[in-house]
Ligand binder design. Sequence first.
Ligand code: 13P
Ligand code: SF4
Length: 325
Amino acid sequence: MKGIFGEGCPYRPHRFITMYTKNSGMIKKILKLKQEKNAVILAHNYERPEIQDIADFVGDSLALSIQASQTDADVILFCGVDFMAESAAILSPDKTVLIPDTDAKCPMAAMITEQELIEMKQMHPDACVVCYVNTSAAVKAESDVCCTSANAVEVVKSLDCDEIIFVPDKNLALYAARFTEKKIIPWDGYCPTHHQILPYDIMDAKKRHPDAEVLVHPECRPEVIDLADGVYSTGGMVQHAMDSHFDEFIIGTESGMLHRLEKDVPSKRFYAVSDYTICPAMKMVTLSEVARSLENLEYVVTIPADVQKKAKHALDRMIEVKRGS
Ligand code: 13P
Ligand code: SF4
């Protein structure tokens, strides 16, 4: 199909955004401000193409956390969603961490509160708590260890506990449970963007691209994961696309990923599993917001000291566990 938003259509969302937001004046301003403020710009793989293009580092949640913990810049400007900027502030409490748009909030991270986790822990007093990094700082502070989609399986395996409370993503919890004998107790959260990818979407995309390898994110439903050739974090998808003998890929994750893949692996072809796998929160940060954020040093992410200390322990443990996918 080459019609509106079909493959090959020049108005596909990521191409549309690229076409209409090129702004060399704004980019020059950002680069100048970045130098003046000794700032580093970190961007997630789902951000708008023009935001990825001006970032110093583009990556998945694990790679961005590691970058945030190691930078020698004075200011970390985070182009991503709330929990990512919070993680940077937890890991680097002496830096100024900025988020250009405070409405960029991950809906899954809001699906569990600190109080709900405390109650769950009371119901399972012998269980360890693994919390997906897509959570608030307060939930991290109540957890033993965090994980990202790149090392969820490895984090679960690393724990010396027979029962594990896994919050908030039930799909990632069920995915990790495939690789362990441990009892996984999932919270009932999910990512709206990944959860709406259905088996039909995979089968339909496979009909259109019979020679493509199907890569999906572990936030997808189990029945979608069953149809995939490979399950990867967003960073893992880039590495796999480079290494694979396949030349074409159906990508079962947020659409911003296509820009990253097309840029890093230009010799291969990538197809979105559908035209509606968009995370609105990841599309909020714009170039003009980045410029304003650097100019005015807003909006500063702050974490209460007691929460920061406990949450940092869970994040540090996460970073110690090796990337799996
Ligand atoms: P990654 O850690 O794979 O980049 O995923 C983050 C995320 O929010 C997925 O929806
Ligand atoms: Fe949250 Fe899903 Fe958006 Fe990732 S894609 S930030 S999990 S809503």
